[in-house]
Each structure stands twice: as C-alpha cells, then as structure tokens.
Design a protein around this ligand. Structure first.
Ligand SMILES: Nc1ncnc2c1ncn2[C@@H]1O[C@H](COP(=O)(O)OP(=O)(O)O)[C@@H](O)[C@H]1O
Ligand SMILES: O=C(O)[C@@H](O)C(=O)COP(=O)(O)O
Length: 415
C-alpha cells in the first residue's frame, strides 16, 4: 500500500477515494477500522465520523486508524478534512493533525483544503467558496460547524498547542513551482512553523504542491491535493459497478445551500418527497417520525425513487436547535434518518443516495457496511460506491457538492 488516508467523515472519504481512483491508484474505502486483512490496494481510505466528535475521541480514533494503516504497509499518510475547513473552535483539524505528526515524528505538514473544481480556492491564506469568502458563504449557517472566519491561519490558531507555528506558502511561491515550495517549507520549518497553510487557486497549483510535498510523511487537506498524486503504474480500468436491482431512494439531512436547492428541484419536478419535521420529535401524540416516513414510502417505492428529507433552511434549523439544543438536534435527525435507511433497505431499496456528511455517516454505520468499492463519478467528489456484502449501491453526497438535479441524475446512472 502506498497511501493511507484518514478521512474525518464518510462523504469526504468517498470524495478523496474518487480522486485517488482518478489519479490511477487502486483504492478501497473502509468504514471505520477494518477488522479483516489489509485490502489489496494502492490506497486505503479509512472513513471516520470524527469531524464533530469530542476532540479526545477524534484524536484517539485517528491514531488508531494511523496505526492500522502503518501495520498494513502504508508508506505515506493523508489526513482528509473538508474543503471548507469545517471545524469547531476546539478542533478537530488542529488536534488530529498535531497528534498524527507527533506519531509520525514529522516536524512540518501542509494544510491544503483547496478544491478548485468545486469552487474552493485559497489565496493569501483566505478560503473562498466560489466568488465569496468562506465566512460570507452558506457555510456560515452550517448546523454543526458554522464557518465565520475565512482566514485559515486564524481559524487554526486556537486549535493547535500554544506557541506552535502556523505559516503560509503564498501563491507567488506556488506559481514558481515545486522547488520553490520545497525551499519555502524549509524556511518555514527553520522558523519553527509546523503547519503550513498553502494557497492554491487551480489544479496546476495542486499538482505543484503534491510534487513539493512528496517526501513529507503526512499531508493534510481536502481531496484536491490527491489529484496531484501519481500512481507508479496507473490503473485505467473502467470503474463500472454491478447492477443491484431493487428500489431506489434519497435520504437528505444536509442543510447546505446546494442540498436545499437539490431538494427543491426534486420536489418541483413532481417526484415523491416526504419531509421529516424535526419540530415534531417527541411531540405529544406524534407518531414515531421514522415509522411515519417508512409508512409513507412503502406503497410508493415500486413506482420509482422517493426522497425523504430533513433538509431545512437556516431559520428552520435555528428554531429546531433552540428547541432541542444544537448537538441533540443533530443527533435526533441523524438517528431518525439512520432508522429510515434501515427500514428502506428492509423494504427492498438497494440504490441509495444520502446527502450530508454526518447524515451519511449515521446511515452507513446503521446499515453495517464496512467496505466500499469506488465506482463512476456522478459530479466532482461524489462517486457511486458498492457495498458488496450488503448488495447496495450508495452515493454519499457532501453537503455542498453536486448540480441542482443531482439526485435524479445520480439515480439515472445505476440499475
Ligand atoms: N431540520 C433540521 N434541524 C436541525 N438539524 C438538522 C435538521 N436537518 C438536519 N439536521 C442536522 O444537520 C447536520 C447536517 O450535517 P451533515 O449531514 O454533515 O450535512 P453537510 O454535508 O451539509 O455538512 C446533521 O447533523 C443533521 O442531523
Ligand atoms: O472536502 C469536501 O468538501 C467534502 O469531501 C467534505 O468533506 C464535505 O463534508 P460535508 O459537507 O459535511 O458532506
């Protein structure tokens, strides 16, 4: 195995896995730590659900993944987090990076969230989503990790041990090529910088950064940096997946701008959709929300794909969070959608699209899936995947990824 990847959520894991496949690496995605032998692959992506976990849990799980990947023969490591740097004031990007660096005995790494294909670029250490700063994008309203500062050096500061240096590799240096970046990393290292935020505005920049960091034991970032990796013997096999038959459904718990638009587009096209109203959770006399959703879906599945969603606008999410508390609101909705997913599979659903990183994590954990084969890309960063042991095709969509017609488009591609 050449590369071991530790991903902090499940959609992010399939995002980077699809980029590695594109770069020609035979890639396997595992859900949590594998319990069997090391898969025969060039890269293994261990998907954790650690993005919003308590810091100590995220660090412990990430170190366990690192230990497993090392024992399985990985020679280099990649900590994959969100291209919008999703984190809380405490972490988990800083603490996990720090712990992985210490375990690997390395003194500098890069922080490279840029994913220009999906509009995430970094300039002067500031993260842009399309034409707007991260802090002015829809990410400022994220239910769990609202991002209200676009300056990555500032976001990172409270997440890393006091006194540890954070530096910047400016775009002017990246534009000069890999040797210039290597020299800059040496200079930053000599100044005591441990975390080097890297500017990158296009794929050419990412290729330069991948080349310049090829001798670092650990890199960190979004999936973009993986595009610059090159397999020794690139595989060009078609990544087709087998037909699985059965019914099809979409489960959406993401409240991002893109997912709201995708849900609205599905509804506007007249396709069947059921809204889970989180305000009704635990209300006197209200039926169990997961059972109610399944009762709605059961007679419809034979007629074509259905959508079940908790996706809501920022105002609606705020009201739910005011009622239940932020953390509890997330857990209640995730748990409900996970139970709906299990019920749908019992009803014969075999092709499932899930929208949202935390949501996908909850669903896939509940479905007891432990390994995924990566198939064709639907939109940048979102592949179809095959959970062979469960006979399921799964597409896990990151909140802000995908065109407005993503759900129908994805389901139109598999049988
Ligand atoms: N109506 C709602 N009110 C409050 N929280 C919600 C609602 N719908 C979904 N959520 C929660 O919001 C979070 C969305 O996160 P996630 O699934 O990772 O989406 P994204 O990929 O957009 O970040 C989840 O924890 C989900 O349970
Ligand atoms: O890097 C990205 O943007 C994605 O791979 C990702 O991690 C997105 O997370 P969610 O929006 O929570 O799905």
């Amino acid at each position: 195995m050449i590369l071991g990847v530790i991903a902090d959520d499940f959609t992010g894991a399939s995002d980077i896995a699809s980029m590695l496949v594109r770069a020609g690496l035979r890639t396997v995605q595992t859900i949590g730590l594998p319990d069997g032998p090391a898969p025969d692959a060039d890269a293994v992506v261990v998907a954790l659900k650690s993005r919003t976990a308590p810091v100590a849990d995220a660090v412990r799980e990430s170190l366990a993944a690192l230990a497993w990947l090392r024992a399985a023969g990985a020679q280099r490591f990649y900590f994959k987090y969100c291209s919008t740097f999703d984190s809380t004031a405490e972490g988990n990007i800083g603490p996990v990076t720090d712990a992985l660096m210490t375990a690997l005995g390395t003194d500098i790494t890069v922080m490279c969230p840029a994913l220009p294909e999906n509009g995430r670029t970094v300039y002067a250490g500031h993260l842009f989503v399309g034409d707007t700063l991260l802090s002015e994008s829809g990410m400022r309203h994220h239910p769990l990790t609202p991002m209200t500062d676009a300056n990555l050096l500032r976001v990172l500061q409270p997440q890393v041990p006091a006194g540890q240096g954070i530096g910047l590799v400016r775009h002017g240096t990246v534009a000069k090529g890999a040797d210039a970046v290597r020299r800059e990393l040496d200079t930053l290292r000599a100044r005591g910088v441990r975390y080097a935020v890297t500017d990158a505005v296009d794929n050419a920049d990412l290729k330069v950064l991948a080349e310049a960091t090829s001798d670092l034991p650990l890199v960190t970032g979004g999936s973009g940096l993986a595009l610059g990796l090159r397999a020794e013997a690139p595989r060009t096999d078609a990544t087709s997946l087998p037909p699985v038959g059965g019914h099809a459904a979409v489960l959406s718990g993401s409240c991002s701008v893109a997912t709201n638009a995708q849900v609205n587009d599905w509804i506007a096209s007249g396709r069947p959709a059921y809204r889970i109203d989180a305000m009704q959770f635990g209300a006197d006399g209200a039926p169990d929300p997961a059972e109610a959703a399944l009762a709605w879906a059961a007679p419809r599945l034979a007629g074509g794909p259905v959508l079940i969603y908790a996706t809501s606008t920022p105002d609606e999410v705020r009201a739910v969070q005011a009622h239940f508390g932020v953390e509890q609101a997330g857990v209640l909705v995730e748990d409900c959608l996970a139970r709906v997913a299990c019920g749908l599979v019992d009803l014969g659903v075999r092709r499932l699209v899930t929208a949202g990183g935390e949501t996908s994590g909850a669903v896939v954990n509940a479905l007891d899936v432990n390994q995924l084969r990566i198939g064709p890309t639907i939109d940048p960063g979102v592949p179809w995947t095959h959970a062979e042991q469960r006979g399921l095709l799964l597409a896990m969509k990151s909140g802000n990824f995908g065109t407005v017609d993503f759900f129908a488009k994805a389901l139109g591609q598999v049988a």
